[in-house]
Design a protein around this ligand. Structure first.
Ligand code: B12
Length: 431
């Protein structure tokens, strides 16, 4: 009998900072790790530990452990990395936070992937197996207009329950370079789109369940988005995604989005003062209210994301924002606290001005004030944000939004209830 060599075994870890209870079944799995798995040669066995669902198997033997980290996950990612390395298992860190602070990450890892995994991952694995792992693997800064990525390997989610595992991207990158956002420096300053036929083929491999596009702005370049939407018509999809509100300036595009099976779209309003996004949010004389209404009228749920804490925000911002939400009635308003993430122009500015309160990364999570605002105290900004959330998800506000969205009454109610639950729970936690 011969002893077949065992295949190398990769463990991919999604660190979690808190347990979510039942809400974990309504989360999306990590597309970051799904794509790292997809870029891994089939000769490797790949296992996922998602801390929302699993305990990390610290005492098992793996050839390599790969851990992803957004900034708020970095501290936990480092704890897990240290634990594996103490047991002699090599660790590689990747994702947004290790990309912008590779030296910090290297204190906890044998190697760091800087940027997108696809161009460097196979070389890294090969180097590891040949005993010549380097400390950093830097992917070239993306450019151009074409995106080629392997289809996601969804089998790593077997046995775990998520809202859906049918997530993918049609595009990466963004030319707008907003100072608070990391996407342009990290993913390049152009919209790179996948080939529409490749996307359609991947979609055909899905069951007809909810599909979520995790692009920053799937409709960013309408000329390139339209052929994708055309191919999606007739596939019987129900999909959600994220886009710039400006797409609604083109009624034909809105119609096509609806016909392709879109049920919900997340749009960044950023600030109701109309500033802080480097690109005009409205044109052709349409107001944000007109555009939101146009999308709603096409039967699409609009989730409007609004940030509190910009330098021109004073005490009046809370009432102004609530008035905007009442008047425009997006199906779901979402309020965030401005967070200066490392690697962004905003972080550099606040750091230079001595306005960062600390660099405790786990608190860089959009729900804590981590810097000194200009026209408000940190305490007042925090309290105003909480009160605004409570007001926006009071029963009376929910019902008046639903009344303003006569198409899809039931869907709107269901989404609002799903949002109200965790919103109220967070409130209880913090009182
Ligand atoms: C989709 C998305 C979400 C989804 C996540 C769904 C999921 N579970 O995948 C949702 C809506 C839930 C979400 C929530 C949040 N998000 Co978010 N999100 C995104 C978005 C738009 C795309 C992320 C994505 O999946 N990209 C596709 C994958 C393939 O790309 P990737 O993550 O970069 O991974 C590649 C490389 O980084 C690298 N890589 C990544 N990990 C690893 C690991 C290893 C081992 C290796 C080798 C390589 C590697 O290889 C991958 C393939 O190339 C990004 C913006 C962006 N473009 O990155 C923001 C972004 C990641 N989110 C961000 C934030 C802040 C949040 C929240 C904290 C905000 C909030 N309070 O709502 C929460 C946190 C939620 C949580 N889980 O804890 C910030 C992170 C900034 C930072 N420095 O941390 C981003 C960058 C948005 C921004 N413009 O600033 N988000």
């Amino acid at each position: 009998m011969t002893n077949a060599p065992e295949s190398p075994h990769l463990l991919l870890v999604y660190p979690s900072t808190h347990k979510l209870g039942w809400a974990r079944y309504f989360q999306l799995p990590s597309l970051s790790l799904k794509q790292v798995a997809a870029a891994t040669p089939l000769s490797w066995k790949v296992t996922l530990a998602d801390e929302l669902h699993d305990n990390v198997p610290i005492d098992e033997k793996f050839t390599l452990v790969g851990i992803t980290a957004m900034t708020h996950q970095a501290t936990r990612a480092y704890e897990i990395a240290d634990a594996f390395r103490e047991r002699g298992v090599p660790v590689v860190l990747g994702g947004i936070h290790p990309t912008v602070l590779p030296e910090e990450a290297l204190e906890h890892a044998d190697a760091v992937v800087i940027g997108e995994a696809e161009p460097v991952w196979e070389t890294l694995l090969d180097d590891l197996l040949h005993g010549k792992l380097q400390q950093t693997y830097r992917a070239p800064l993306p450019g151009g207009t074409r995106l080629t990525v392997p289809w996601a390997r969804r089998e790593i989610f077997a046995g775990k329950r998520y809202l859906t595992t049918q997530t993918l991207q049609a595009s990466r990158g963004c030319p707008y370079d907003c100072p608070f956002c990391i996407v342009t420096p990290y993913f390049g300053n152009s919209f790179r789109y996948r080939d529409p036929d490749d996307i359609a083929a991947e979609l055909l491999s899905f069951d007809k369940k909810l599909t979520v596009f995790l692009d920053d702005n799937i409709l960013g370049d309408p000329h390139r988005a339209k052929p994708i939407l055309e191919r999606m018509k007739g596939l019987g999809l129900r999909w959600g995604g994220q886009a710039n509100l400006r797409f609604a300036e083109d009624p034909e595009l809105v119609r096509l989005v609806a016909e392709s099976g879109c049920i919900g779209i997340f749009v960044g309003i950023e600030s109701v003062t109309g500033q802080h996004a480097n690109h005009p949010k409205t044109a052709n004389g349409s107001t944000q209210a007109d555009l939101i209404k146009r999308i709603r009228d096409a039967g699409i749920v609009v989730e409007a994301s609004i940030i509190f804490g910009f330098d021109d925000h004073d005490e009046s911002i809370f009432e102004k924002t609530l008035r905007f939400v009442r008047e425009t009635a997006p199906s779901l308003p979402t309020f965030h606290l401005l967070t200066p993430y490392p690697g962004t122009a905003l972080f550099k500015q606040f750091d230079e001005e001595g306005r960062l309160l600390h660099k405790d990364w786990k608190r860089y999570n959009h729900t804590e004030v981590v810097y000194r605002p200009k026209l408000l105290t940190p305490e007042r900004l925090y309290q105003g944000w909480r009160e605004a959330r409570q007001e926006a998800y009071s029963w009376s506000s929910i019902f008046s939004r639903i009344k303003a969205n006569p198409r899809g009454l039931f869907t709107n109610l269901a989404y609002n209830l799903l949002r109200k639950g965790p919103n109220d729970a967070l409130e209880k936690d913090r009182t």
